[in-house]
Design a protein around this ligand. Structure first.
Ligand SMILES: NC(=O)c1ccc[n+]([C@@H]2O[C@H](COP(=O)([O-])OP(=O)(O)OC[C@H]3O[C@@H](n4cnc5c(N)ncnc54)[C@H](OP(=O)(O)O)[C@@H]3O)[C@@H](O)[C@H]2O)c1
Length: 303
């Protein structure tokens, strides 16, 4: 039985859709089982699990031999802050799985593209620590390292504004190539990995396009025959605002520090090894934008 931790998330929802359509039996975990049961009426096994509280783990793990971990709490504050969830929580969870002896035959950890590249960002350090902990735990594993999700970072944060003739707000100049991947590709890779078994490797996922955020906005504008309208905060300003925001909303401050820091680097990565290994065709940005525009015109606001 496969347990998916983070089933309510953007990627988690796509993993559930894809795996249930292939007949894979799933157990889902969340901190809000009632809400998830409404969103996933086809899945019977939904359990409460909070990774910051090891006393909530055992019911979800009963009868489980494969675990997919697709969680983060970048914006979280207080008990749900990133240090408590992405830091301590993930390590506790890995220790717990290792303590189950031979029960767990495969752990699929959703990490992030290139965690070594941005060690000044706390979130990337947590992701790297979790990867290292899993690798050294003795648990059979596969680590997926996705770039920014197209459905959020392209459609929701940029495309939607162009489609609605609004100003697109950028945190940073948005001039350097940015790595993106569709959640559909990540969900497909996970399906393949489950069939394959533990890969004992870290698999980057990033569309081969090398477009900057501004170029993505231009593409929408061109396809729609409109003029793009962008408001961009300089990365230095974003970082200064982030230090002030720390006192009011540490989660938002973290997100701003991440955006301001990553704006000055090419965040794309050659992920051909992953796509070739599993014979997957990466979704291209152009194709993604076309499908977003088409869905939008048909009144379907989800990509
Ligand atoms: N978003 C991106 O662009 C992006 C890019 C690269 C990698 N990733 C990685 O992909 C994975 C999924 O990201 P996403 O964007 O799909 O996430 P998301 O939509 O923000 O959802 C976050 C998930 O984390 C779960 N969660 C948060 N705190 C938790 C806790 N204390 N205990 C248990 N579950 C908790 C939430 O579950 P409940 O609220 O239901 O409990 C929710 O399902 C993460 O590992 C993320 O770092 C994301």
């Amino acid at each position: 039985m496969v347990l998916l931790i983070g089933a309510s998330g953007l990627l988690g929802t796509e993993i559930v859709r894809n795996l249930t359509s292939k007949g894979v039996e799933l157990k889902l975990s969340t901190r809000n089982p009632q809400k998830l049961a409404k969103e996933q009426p086809g899945v019977d096994r939904i359990h409460y699990l909070d990774i910051t509280r090891p006393d909530t783990y055992s019911t979800s793990f009963s009868g489980v031999d494969t675990v997919i971990i697709s969680i983060h709490s970048l914006f979280g504050i207080g008990e749900n802050s990133s240090p408590k969830v992405d830091g301590k929580g993930l390590i506790q969870l890995i220790n717990y799985m290792a303590s189950l002896g031979n029960q767990i035959k495969h752990v699929v950890l959703i990490s992030i593209l290139n965690p070594e590249k941005f060690l000044e960002i706390e979130f990337f350090r947590y992701k790297l620590e979790a990867e290292r902990k899993l690798i050294s735990s003795g648990l059979p594993f596969s680590i997926v390292q996705p770039a920014a999700f197209m459905e959020l970072h392209i459609a929701e944060l940029m495309g939607k504004d162009v489609l609605n003739n609004r100003k697109v707000k950028l945190m940073g100049n948005g001039n350097l190539p940015c790595g993106f991947v569709s959640i559909k590709d990540v969900a497909q890779l996970i399906e393949q990995i489950l069939n394959h078994g533990p890969t004992y490797s870290r698999m980057p996922m990033c569309s081969p396009d090398k477009l900057s955020r501004r170029e993505v906005i231009e593409k929408y504008a061109e396809k729609l025959g409109v003029k793009s309208n962008v408001f961009a905060l300089k990365p230095g300003t974003v970082l200064k605002l982030s230090s002030i925001m720390r006192f009011f909303h540490p989660g938002l401050a973290r997100m701003m520090q991440m955006a301001g820091t990553m704006d000055s680097a090419d965040t794309t990565e050659d992920a051909a090894s992953t796509y070739n290994r599993f014979q997957l065709e990466p979704t291209r940005i152009d194709e993604f934008i076309d499908s977003h525009i088409l869905n939008y015109r048909r009144g379907n606001f989800r990509v």
